[in-house]
Ligand binder design. Structure first.
Ligand code: ARG
Length: 226
């Protein structure tokens, strides 16, 4: 809190998992991407210093609920289940879950996933959906890209992952394609601890400004439509 020193800004701690381009990834030892820039813009509006903590994806919500982080920004999909533990801000992106397979795969769409070995990033919505597929065997990886490499190596049949990182990963994984038919549609939001209405309102106000003044689109265009 403000101790009267005008030079010391309060710090806003963001929890993320920087294995998710174009939302968060490492560029040297810097964490960059849409979420990093949106969070920085929010911190600027609040007159606060942003600190980004990189961690396993399934540690993000616990970090927020334990107070280790003030908010989570990680291409986090709004789900009813997560709402039991955190409050979500207004959404700032639409997203999909897509299927990635080998170019010569017999899997042509979601209906062909029955009984298959499916790779996901641990704790993601992809993990949740894959678990609902009849007779599927779900392989959970710490990083989404590790699941893509496992498909390449023939260890698993398919990956269920968010559409935008899939587009980035497919560029780095020869012989892999993204199926046209999306698996599900979702929305991303930032997450704060349940009941932290003060921060929730501050972030929503800042987010709303960024939507209205075009800054959000500018950040997204820099990473996605370029
Ligand atoms: N949208 C998915 C979810 O919320 C995946 C997010 C993964 N994000 C990350 N930074 N690794 O479960």
């Amino acid at each position: 809190s403000d101790d009267g020193d005008k030079n010391s800004k309060d710090t806003l701690v963001m929890a993320t998992n920087a294995e998710f381009p174009p939302y968060e990834f490492r560029d040297g030892d810097k964490i960059v991407g849409i979420d990093a820039e949106v969070a920085q813009a929010i911190a600027d509006k609040l007159g606060m210093e942003l600190k980004i903590e990189d961690m396993a994806f399934d540690s993000i919500i616990p970090a927020v609920t334990s107070g280790k982080a003030d908010f989570g920004a990680a291409g986090l999909t709004v789900t009813e289940d997560r709402k039991k533990n955190v409050d979500f801000t207004d959404t700032y992106a639409k997203a999909t879950q897509v299927i990635m397979v080998k170019e010569d795969s017999d899997v042509a769409g979601p209906d062909n996933l029955e009984g298959k070995k499916i790779g996901v990033q641990l704790g993601t919505t992809g993990d949740m959906y894959a678990g609902d597929i009849k007779d599927a065997e779900v392989e959970r990886y710490n990083k989404g890209f590790e699941a893509v490499q496992a498909v390449q190596q023939g260890k698993i049949d398919a990956v269920v992952i968010d559409g935008e990182p899939a587009k980035e990963f497919v560029k780095q994984a020869e012989g892999i394609k993204i199926l046209d038919e999306a698996f599900t549609e979702e929305e991303y939001a930032l997450a704060v601890d349940k009941g932290n209405d003060d921060l929730l309102k501050k972030i929503n106000d800042a987010l709303n400004d960024l939507k209205e003044n075009g800054k959000l689109d500018e950040i997204v265009d820099k990473y996605i439509n370029a």
